[in-house]
Design a protein around this ligand. Structure first.
Ligand SMILES: [Zn+2]
Length: 402
């Protein structure tokens, strides 16, 4: 379709193989070397780690990371954890990098930097995804503090902001909030009824979901809305006719690949956003698998690996990961099953369920109290901080850079 529109003859992608090992090397490269053109993504570096680590998992290739490198990534991720001390505002969660975690003896500078140290819902979601996928047991974080941080950014209309100091509030962060609470198996003061109302009020006339109430229906937003409903155990509150209408809107987004909105060009990432939305609705089988695969394969870079959003475009970790997930839904050989609503492999989700079973025997209030006691005694600081000067095993500029 895209080739027709551009009047360019494209490659025959129908029978092209998915270059599994090239994609794995592509992800490993991003964990070892961050290209300078991505410098503007410094504050969201955790998301690049998420796409690379979870991408390797979907490729069943986590073994390409040495045990030492996996531990480095885990330690680096914990280095972005913000933990408010008792009495401080509820801003717990992960940041996307440690660019505002500075080392200095200047008290004023430290005070100023602290103003910008708060958890960000998207970074918290992706950081938890990295930790779970790498098999961490999450014992270095306090589940209650993080969910308190989620509840603190819920708006009166039921939506969520990204962080406590204000940001856009829309369906992206509704999804992140639901994913975090589901992963931590705790909802605390998060108001799920209000979350439900916000989501249902965002269904537009054509049954796509909009980012924020009066907006236009959108594929990524529709995924966020449906995943949040499922993760919060509220999908069954939506009536059957509405669900059928949403399915129809999603199915009609297929051209060969999928588009995010009517009359827009197809884009690799929507093979995940719309594909996963239909998976959640148990309607993915209504799509044309070969046409979907063929489009995604048109965007594959057969030289350096990775997928782009369009043919003849530069691949990136985001479209590479979501393209692979989209292919996984079609049963592509060599790719692991993906859990649609959490956007991670089913193998990682199984690891998470083991943690959930373990947490069943715990009292979260007691754990929180204990964690805070340790924190106030500063016994945990040494465990959480990643001291660069004493860490000689860092192997990646992505992980090493502050
Ligand atoms: Zn895209």
């Amino acid at each position: 379709m895209s080739y027709d529109a551009l009047n360019i003859e494209g490659p025959a992608a129908d029978d092209a193989p998915v270059l599994l090992s090239k994609h794995a090397k592509y992800f490993v490269r991003f964990l070892r070397l961050l290209p300078s053109r991505l410098a503007s993504h410094d504050s969201t570096r955790g998301t690049i780690a998420f796409f690379a680590v979870c991408g390797l998992d979907v490729l069943n290739s986590l073994h390409l990371l040495t045990k030492e490198m996996r531990q480095n990534i885990i330690d680096w991720t914990y280095g972005s954890l913000v933990i408010p001390k008792p009495g401080e505002r509820n801003c717990s969660g992960f940041q996307g990098s440690r660019s505002v975690t500075i080392k200095t003896d200047d008290e004023e500078l430290l005070r100023n930097a602290k103003c910008y140290q708060w958890g960000h819902l998207a970074m918290t979601y992706t950081s938890l995804g990295v930790l779970i996928t790498l098999g961490d047991d999450l014992s270095r974080l306090d589940r209650k503090s993080i969910v308190d941080g989620v509840a603190a950014v819920q708006r009166p209309d039921g939506s969520f902001s990204a962080c406590i100091d204000g940001s856009e509030n829309d369906m992206r962060f509704v999804f992140c909030a639901a994913a975090i609470c589901h992963m931590l198996d705790y909802w605390g003061d998060v108001n799920r009824d209000k979350m439900f109302d916000f989501i249902l009020n965002s269904i537009r006339y054509d049954y796509g979901f909009s980012q924020h109430l009066e907006g236009e229906g959108h594929g990524g937003t529709t995924y966020c809305a449906l995943a949040a409903l499922q993760l919060s155990g509220q999908l069954n509150r939506v009536d059957t006719q509405t669900l059928e209408n949403i399915k129809r809107w999603c199915v009609f987004r297929q051209v060969d690949g999928f588009q995010g909105r009517p009359n827009k060009p197809v884009d690799t990432c929507y093979s995940f956003w719309i594909g996963a939305a239909l998976k959640i609705l148990n309607a993915f089988e209504l799509t044309d698998y070969p046409a979907n695969r063929s489009y995604i394969l048109e965007t594959q870079d057969d030289v350096v690996g990775g997928f782009a959003k369009w043919p003849h475009s530069t691949p990136d970790p985001f479209h590479t990961y979501l393209g692979l997930c989209g292919l996984s839904f079609t049963g592509e050989p060599g790719l692991m099953e993906v859990m649609p609503s959490l956007n991670m492999s089913m193998m990682a989700y199984d690891k998470l369920k083991v943690l959930h079973a373990k947490w069943q025997t715990r009292n979260i209030e007691e754990d929180h109290k204990h964690y805070m006691e340790l924190l106030s005694q500063r016994l945990y600081d040494a465990k959480i901080a990643v001291e660069e000067e004493t860490t000689t095993t860092i192997t990646s500029p992505l992980i090493k850079a502050q």
